[in-house]
Design a protein around this ligand. Structure first.
Ligand SMILES: [Ca+2]
Length: 510
């Protein structure tokens, strides 16, 4: 009898211990519309049952969106007006049951202008309360800034911070307590937003994921014009996209083995000094070679963008291995619209402005002056974020054709230099460079990895990521795994076993 009853007590204790800390809502979802928050109108609060969830085509989304197998959640939409000209839309999705007690905000891409529903659905499936904002305008272009300086501030940093504050208050109202841990998860523009949050609002988040940060943004947009001037301004310099695979093949053949392993990947492209001149046609033109002006244009894409007067680099160049994606900036006939929109609407306030007239000295200086540090997220002093206990996990694909990967290395190094050296800062900031990965995802290298799981371990279990296992898939089948290593480490083959199995690699000093 005695034995049985102690087993019974143990079972009860176990059952109590395994209950989720916070499981369900304190109040009805619909009642959240009655919540009063400063500068905020809650426009929708509706309970969504478990299952597939669809959003009709609206605003910037030309097609309806369907999300499969979502858990039941409370869907909240709100409009925030921190300035008189602000019109910031946000959504917050709250798990109806099984909330993990945490908050995960997700970032945007490009000019934003749309709520990142797909990323929200991923966070919701992991049990998070999750939110996203359109950053204060509709549509992935820069026209909204024209005559609306406050909306530019919203886009630059204010919408994300306001969303964060309001999301935490609504979470508190719904569950009866706020999130115990908060994460930011973004790539590209979302990566820039991530750095801005760490620099400017160091108490907003406990863990921040900054992927392929589009930063410093003013210089990034100017580098797109640099590529346009190199490739698109003079028709003779134009490189037909049909030649990208030929150039890529030559680059891989020249540089694959530098890292000691012929695997189709360049582990560290900064060690690859590919000169496109080796591809110059013997005479005339042909599909397997480049004309002299094309050689020069390709060389400029792979070189840092420089101020012609001072010779100073204002943004790094794309790395060898990025060639298959050059179309993003070099396909033409116009430059990347992110860049021309910025100069038309934010800098020159002239929709008819001609990118061909750009001056890489005085016009860039003017742009920096007008931006005045609003979008540029370059402050290396993260003392407040560090003191808050924050962890910053950066990552960037070495084959990124949109945001030159050295931009992340440069920011990471600036923080390490400012904050006492890489060894000291490894407790709270780490950068993972991803060989052969494109912009945020995809590419010939292993490009799928659980970055959220890594930051959860770092923040919640105090286990700093010593590696992340990435996989590459073809037609849904994993055909290669490989560890990603904290910069400046690289994954080194141990010398035996399959080169497609992460177990046969180790992270080592370069
Ligand atoms: Ca290699």
């Amino acid at each position: 009898m005695k034995v049985l009853s102690s087993i019974g007590i143990c079972a009860v204790l176990l059952a109590v211990a395994s209950l989720p800390r916070v499981a369900a809502a304190e109040r009805a979802c619909e009642s959240l519309t009655q919540l009063t928050l400063p500068n905020t109108t809650i426009t929708l609060a509706e309970a969504v049952p478990a299952g597939d969830f669809s959003l009709p085509a609206s605003g910037a989304e030309a097609t309806a969106q369907r999300f499969r197998n979502l858990p039941a959640f409370c869907r909240v939409a709100a409009t925030l007006r921190p300035s008189r000209d602000s019109d910031i839309k946000m959504e917050l999705w709250l798990p109806a049951t099984g909330w993990n007690g945490k908050f995960q905000a997700v970032g945007n891409g490009g000019w934003a202008g749309v709520i990142s529903y797909a990323a929200m659905s991923g966070a919701l499936r992991r049990g998070y309360a999750t939110s996203s904002t359109d950053t204060g305008h509709t549509g992935n272009n820069g026209e909204f800034t024209y005559g609306h300086p406050e909306k530019y501030v919203d886009f630059a940093y204010r919408s994300e911070h306001e969303m964060t504050l309001k999301a935490k208050l609504i979470i508190d109202a719904f569950y009866g307590n706020g999130p115990r841990i908060s994460y930011w998860n973004g790539c590209s523009t979302g990566g820039r937003q991530a750095l801005k949050e760490a620099q400017r609002f160091p108490n907003d988040y406990d863990g921040i994921i900054a992927g392929a940060s589009a930063n410093p943004r003013v210089h990034l947009e100017t580098e797109a014009l640099w590529v346009a001037h190199a490739v698109l301004k003079d028709p003779a310099s134009y490189i037909p996209p049909s030649k990208y695979p030929m150039i890529h093949k030559a680059v891989i053949e020249a540089c694959d083995a530098i890292d000691g392993l012929k695997d189709g990947l360049i582990n560290d492209p900064t060690q690859c000094h590919f000169n496109p001149k080796v591809l110059q046609c013997k005479d005339g033109d042909g599909p397997e070679c480049l004309t002299a002006p094309q050689v020069e244009a390709a060389g400029k894409i792979l070189s840092p963008a420089i101020n012609p007067r001072t010779g100073a680099q204002f943004f790094p160049g794309l790395e060898p291995g990025s060639e298959l994606g050059w179309g993003a900036k070099a396909q033409g006939p116009e430059p990347l619209s992110y860049a021309t929109d910025f100069y038309k609407y934010v800098v020159f306030k002239n929709p008819n402005w001609d990118w061909r007239t750009f001056n890489f000295d005085s016009d860039l200086a003017l742009a920096d002056k007008i931006d005045n540090g609003m979008t540029n997220a370059t402050d290396p002093n993260l003392k407040a974020f560090m003191s808050h206990g924050g962890k910053l996990l950066m990552y960037h694909g070495w084959a990124d054709p949109q945001v030159a990967p050295m931009a992340s290395v440069n920011y990471y190094k600036s923080v390490a230099d400012r904050m006492g050296g890489a060894e000291k800062t490894a407790d709270w900031i780490r950068l993972f460079m991803v060989p052969g990965m494109g912009h945020c995802r995809g590419g010939e290298g292993p490009n799928t990895f659980d970055v959220v799981g890594a930051i959860e371990q770092w923040v919640e279990a105090k286990k700093a990521p010593v590696q992340m296992i990435a996989s590459h898939s073809t037609n849904g089948n994993i055909d290669r795994t490989r560890p990603l290593c904290p910069y400046p480490q690289v994954a080194r083959y141990k010398g035996s076993g399959s080169i497609d199995d992460a177990a046969n690699f180790v992270c080592t000093a370069p």
